[in-house]
Structure formats: structure tokens, C-alpha cells
Design a protein around this ligand. Structure first.
Ligand SMILES: Nc1ncnc2c1ncn2[C@@H]1O[C@H](COP(=O)(O)OP(=O)(O)OP(=O)(O)O)[C@@H](O)[C@H]1O
Ligand SMILES: [Mg+2]
Length: 303
């Protein structure tokens, strides 16, 4: 019995024996964690990305964070904090020396850099040292490139082509796409082409083992029971996980934010909606112990 417990313990742990010293803050940060699984005689090593967002990683099994290589949808209503949340993950990962690519189809590069500076995140240092690239793309370019490929090649060939617009000279560990909603709008009236592009994109990210957050704006959060347009369903099906951000309206008129991990393949997580704060000069704080429950004195509505 004791022997078994000992063995189980040795099957998971911290990838590097000592903590990594962050190049930017000088503080020691948590290195990559891993679990070893044995399945049908094969050994599988599952690695996890610690986002470094205060309180967020605590929502996952043993506080490990997100399994590496996963495609996670970050969805929520307008202004629910999708962009800031993803930038917070970029900050946490850059601090650990992970390479991040932020692909923006909405806000220009300078604005995203400003957002990061407002939270005192060292965006210029990250970019200067080659850890971070923030790049803005035009959605029309995506749809035009898909058009061009479709007219040149057969669909079967297109599947083998890497999704257009990925920079060839930058190989990231983590990618944010802000947002799928914007890309979808460029394909309006051509849903099957959007599906081809999405399949290509997911395949590329999977093949290159790039962990990614894909932002999607939704008018009604998933669990509140909306019915999606077809493109939304295709994306949900392809993703490994869903993180939902909520706008909260309390009965006293105050507004706030909340977060929930709704789905995540391959690891256990806490199934609850908890309070989240976006604080100037500080960043994103997830209060993993403050559940928004219906019976709390101060009522609220989630949007
Ligand atoms: N520097 C800051 N200090 C405090 N709060 C901030 C700061 N920057 C942003 N916020 C908060 O974050 C909210 C919106 O964040 P964000 O832009 O990430 O939302 P979003 O979900 O990406 O919105 P959209 O749907 O427009 O893309 C703002 O409404 C504001 O409350
Ligand atoms: Mg945004």
C-alpha cells in the first residue's frame, strides 16, 4: 500500500528541480508541472502551463494549470474582460520565459501594449527580448487568402496548407486569437469557408503543440442556454476547453466580473462561478474561493 502511494507520488511532479528565476521581475516563478500516465503499456507525459494569473491556476487539479497543447475558447459578452484576461495570461507566461503570440483582429498593437502597461506588465521588455509578438491582422486578408487558396488548390490540398497569416519566423508556445468572432464576420455568407479555415487553424495549433486561447464574443454565455449559429457550434466542437467570463450586475446596481471553467478535456477542475477583479496597475485577480451563489444576500444577474 505504502509502496503504491510512493510510486504514484513519483509519477508526477515539477519538471525542473529548482524554481526558475524570472528575467524580468527577478522573482522565482513556478516551473512547468507534469504528470506521467501509463496507458496500455505506453507512457504519456502530460505537461501543464501555469498562467500565473492570481487565483486562476488554483481552479485546476492540484493547481497545475492548463494542460499544454490545448485549444481553449475564452468567451463572454462585450466588455467582459476577454482581452485583458488573455493579456494577463501572456504576461504570466512571458515572465516564465514562454514565447507568446497575440494575434489581434480587433484592437491595434499600440492599444494592446497600452493595456499591458496600465497593469505594469513589462510589455516592451517582453517584445524587446523576443518573447512576445503582438500583431494586428485584417480579417479581410484572411478571407481573401482562403478565397485565393480555394481557387488555386483543391479542398483536399488546402487541408495540408498551414493556416494563412501565421508568422513563419516566430515559433510560439502560446497563442491568443482575438477574436474568432471577428474572423467569422469576414466570412459572413460563406460559412463553409469559415469552417475550412477553423479546421485548418485547429489542426495547425495541434500539430505544432501550441497552447492557445481563442476569444469568442457571445451575447449570452454558454451555460445560460443560448443557441449558437452554426459557426459557433463547429468551434465549440473543435476546442478542448471553454472558459467563460461574465459581466455581473448586482441588485444594488454595482457591476462586477466573474469567471468559470466550463469544460476542459484531460484534467480535473473546480466547477464553480467565482468573482474576478480587473485592477488598474495590478492586473487580473480570480477569487477562487468567492463563489457567486444564488442564495447570497446580495443578488445578481449574470450577462
Ligand atoms: N487599466 C484598467 N484598470 C481597470 N480596469 C480595466 C483596465 N482596463 C480594462 N479594464 C476593465 O476591463 C473591461 C474590458 O476589458 P476587455 O477589453 O478585456 O473586454 P473584452 O471582453 O475584450 O471586450 P470587447 O468585447 O469589447 O473586446 C473594461 O470594461 C474595464 O472595466
Ligand atoms: Mg476584446
Amino acid at each position: 500500500m505504502k509502496e503504491g502511494a510512493k510510486k504514484a507520488k513519483s509519477d508526477e511532479g515539477i519538471k525542473h528541480a529548482s524554481l526558475i528565476k524570472s528575467k524580468f521581475t527577478g522573482k522565482k516563478v513556478i516551473p512547468l508541472k507534469y504528470k506521467i500516465r501509463k496507458h496500455n503499456g505506453d507512457t504519456r507525459i502530460d505537461e501543464f502551463l501555469h498562467t500565473g494569473i492570481e487565483g486562476f491556476d488554483k481552479l485546476f487539479d492540484k493547481e497545475y494549470g492548463i494542460p499544454m497543447g490545448m485549444s481553449i475558447l475564452v468567451e463572454g459578452g462585450a466588455g467582459s474582460g476577454k482581452t485583458v484576461f488573455c493579456l494577463a495570461a501572456v504576461n504570466g507566461l512571458c515572465k516564465q520565459g514562454k514565447k507568446c503570440l497575440y494575434m489581434s483582429f480587433e484592437e491595434p498593437e499600440e492599444r494592446l501594449m497600452d493595456h499591458m502597461s496600465h497593469f505594469n506588465w513589462k510589455v516592451k521588455d517582453y517584445i524587446g527580448s523576443g518573447l512576445l509578438r503582438i500583431q494586428r491582422f485584417n480579417t479581410i486578408d484572411v478571407s481573401r487568402s482562403v478565397e485565393a487558396l480555394l481557387s488555386e488548390a483543391k479542398k483536399e490540398l488546402l487541408i495540408e496548407v498551414d493556416p494563412v497569416l501565421f508568422p513563419e519566423d516566430f515559433k510560439p508556445d502560446f497563442v491568443v486569437i482575438d477574436s474568432l468572432t471577428s474572423i467569422a464576420s469576414a466570412f459572413s455568407g460563406h460559412e463553409s469557408r469559415f469552417r475550412i479555415y477553423m479546421e485548418q487553424l485547429f489542426r495547425y495549433l495541434e500539430k505544432n503543440k501550441i497552447t492557445n486561447f481563442l476569444i469568442r464574443e457571445v451575447s449570452t454565455p454558454t451555460h445560460l442556454g443560448s443557441s449558437y449559429k452554426e459557426e459557433g457550434e463547429a468551434v465549440s466542437f473543435l476546442s478542448d476547453g471553454i472558459i467563460v467570463l461574465y459581466n455581473v450586475i448586482y441588485n444594488d446596481g454595482k457591476r462586477g466580473s466573474a469567471i468559470e471553467v466550463l469544460k476542459l478535456r484531460g484534467t480535473d477542475f473546480q466547477k464553480k462561478i467565482v468573482k474576478m477583479d480587473i485592477v488598474d496597475k495590478k492586473g487580473v485577480i480570480v477569487h477562487n474561493d468567492q463563489i457567486l451563489s444564488k442564495d447570497q444576500q446580495k443578488g445578481f444577474v449574470l450577462t
